[in-house]
Write a protein that binds this ligand. Structure first.
Ligand SMILES: [Zn+2]
Length: 513
């Protein structure tokens, strides 16, 4: 079986990482862990996009050389991924030699295929915005973005023949439902493709921008940053230099991107691959934005929420849980710390954390911390209930097949709620007082333990640390893989195993202070 190859966008290093970056990587990490949990080999690629005018400007603003600046920014991303438990297999920087060499090879190939031409370009240029505008776009002769004066500029640049592939791309998207997800985004791209496509200017004159990858056939030009960055998805797996590696991984199974960069990924990128004669990725998944007070969370709007601070306060798993559970992938989410604190208390501290505490405390009190032995007829009855675990597995699997971690978490939390109901309905503390009910007490505790073990098993891709804690405390050996349906529907617990209650999985927020 081909390894599951998934990618995050390359993050632009002109500012430190915020909650939007954290969300994308937590989503990808959950998908990657889910596949490993299913016994599949995974290749998880992330990295940083380090060229272009904005980086050059950000560097100059700090009195640094661009190289020195990007070298200082990249560790902030790496350390956040470490903190969040993001288990990637490769981290590519667009300033690495391996990438630059692949980009040059790709460009030579496209030139040889006649996909690139050189042309003069004339337009109105706004220097502060670094944007070219056509006469129609100008607002009363001024920059439509900032309202400042524009300069007339004529340049020669290299152009990629995007326009000739429009009809092909429209048919491809229509013939491959699920290529762009969610469907609403596929329709948006098809809507965009109703207008003619313009060829893509893929260079910048070196005189105007020095911080870029050299254009192979002209010393006067550097490569446009988007064109260079997209190539990372194939350059990282050795597209033009490592045939065997490339064949092992390509095509990517999924590119996860934010909806703001969907056009580059769902229009430019498929056409670049088509022009190169390469296979299409299987899925491009566009997620929504996190908003605060209705505005997109980003550094430039000054409303960034620091993921490091949130993790320190609530724990990494709680942060992961919130982002994965709060919105369905594709939709926008409203972030507020109050909401995070509320979910922490209701779902985690009072939900899963309290369930574990009650179970382990009762086990300690009634069975000297040991998983009880069951009477043969009870064991038979519980074994017959294995079909419930089978159903649970099918439901969670179906959600994950649809890239829906929120749906999966909802199903898992239904089990937590169900267990709370079992405790309330059967009142083990009453059973414990009546020696004739000992057999019932054993059965209830066994059922609770089994359900907790199955919940923890399912939570491994989502809340890795919490899942590992619960499984270890139950005397099981994480990681537990579920390669076949039967791996999940069996009973996990061994009677007489010593169970450790341990500290609170999710300490109450007031206690923590
Ligand atoms: Zn402007």
């Amino acid at each position: 079986m081909k390894p599951f190859y998934l990618t995050t966008p390359l993050y632009y290093v002109n500012a430190k990482p915020h909650i939007g970056h954290a969300y994308t990587n937590i989503l990808c990490d959950t998908f990657a862990r889910w596949r490993r949990f299913r016994g599949q080999k995974v290749h998880f690629l992330t990295g940083t996009d380090e060229h272009g005018t904005k980086i050059e400007k950000a560097a100059r603003a700090e009195g640094k050389e661009p190289r020195q600046y990007v070298d200082g920014m990249v560790p902030q991303f790496e350390s956040l991924w470490e903190l969040l438990g993001i288990r990637y297999d490769d981290f590519i920087r667009t300033t690495e030699e391996r990438h630059k060499q692949e980009v040059a090879n790709v460009l030579r190939d496209l030139e040889a295929r006649g996909e690139i031409y050189k042309a003069g370009y004339k337009g109105s240029y706004c220097t502060p915005c670094e944007s070219f505008w056509t006469p129609l776009q100008l607002a009363e002769g001024k920059c439509p973005d900032c309202g400042r004066e524009v300069q007339e500029l004529a340049e020669e640049n290299y152009f990629f023949r995007l326009s000739k592939y429009r009809d092909w791309l429209v048919s491809f998207i229509k013939d491959h439902p699920g290529f762009i997800r969610p469907e609403i985004r596929a329709n948006e791209i098809l809507g965009f493709l109703r207008e003619p496509l313009e060829d893509l200017c893929i260079t910048r004159p070196r005189a105007r921008l020095a911080w870029g990858i050299d254009y192979p056939s002209s010393r006067e030009h550097v490569v446009y940053v988007w064109f260079d960055a997209l190539i990372n998805y194939v350059s990282a797996v050795g597209c033009t230099t490592e045939e065997k590696k490339f064949k092992t991984y390509w095509p990517a199974d999924i590119h996860v991107v934010g909806k703001d960069i969907l056009r580059q990924h769902a229009v430019y990128w498929p056409i670049m691959l088509k022009a190169l004669g390469l296979e299409m990725p299987r899925t491009i998944l566009a997620h929504g934005w996190w908003t605060m007070a209705g505005a997109k969370v980003s550094k430039s709007r000054g409303n960034a929420v620091d993921p490091v601070e949130l993790c320190k306060k609530y724990g990494v798993d709680a942060f992961r849980y919130f982002l994965l559970n709060e919105v369905t992938v594709g939709q926008d989410g409203a972030f507020s710390e109050d909401l995070l604190a509320e979910r922490y208390t209701t779902d985690l501290a009072n939900g899963l954390g309290n369930l574990w505490f009650r179970f382990a405390s009762m086990l300690e009190k009634y069975f000297q911390k040991r998983i009880p032995q069951l009477a043969p007829e009870d064991l038979k009855e519980i074994k017959e209930a294995e079909s419930t675990f089978y159903d649970l597995w099918q439901m969670v699997k179906q959600k994950m097949d649809q890239w829906d971690p929120r749906g999966a978490l909802n199903i898992i939390w239904d089990v937590v709620t169900w267990c709370d109901g079992v405790i309330e309905d059967n009142k083990p503390w009453v059973l414990a007082k009546d020696p004739t009910k000992e057999k019932d007490l054993r059965k209830i505790m066994f059922i609770l333990g089994e359900n907790l073990a199955h919940v923890a098993c399912l939570l491994q891709p989502f809340l890795p640390k919490t899942a590992e804690q619960i499984l270890s405390r139950l005397g099981l050996k994480p990681p537990i893989r579920v390669e076949n349906d039967g791996d999940f529907s069996k009973l996990f617990l061994l009677p007489d195993t010593l169970v450790e209650r341990g500290g609170a999985l999710f300490p109450r927020l007031d206690e923590e202070k």
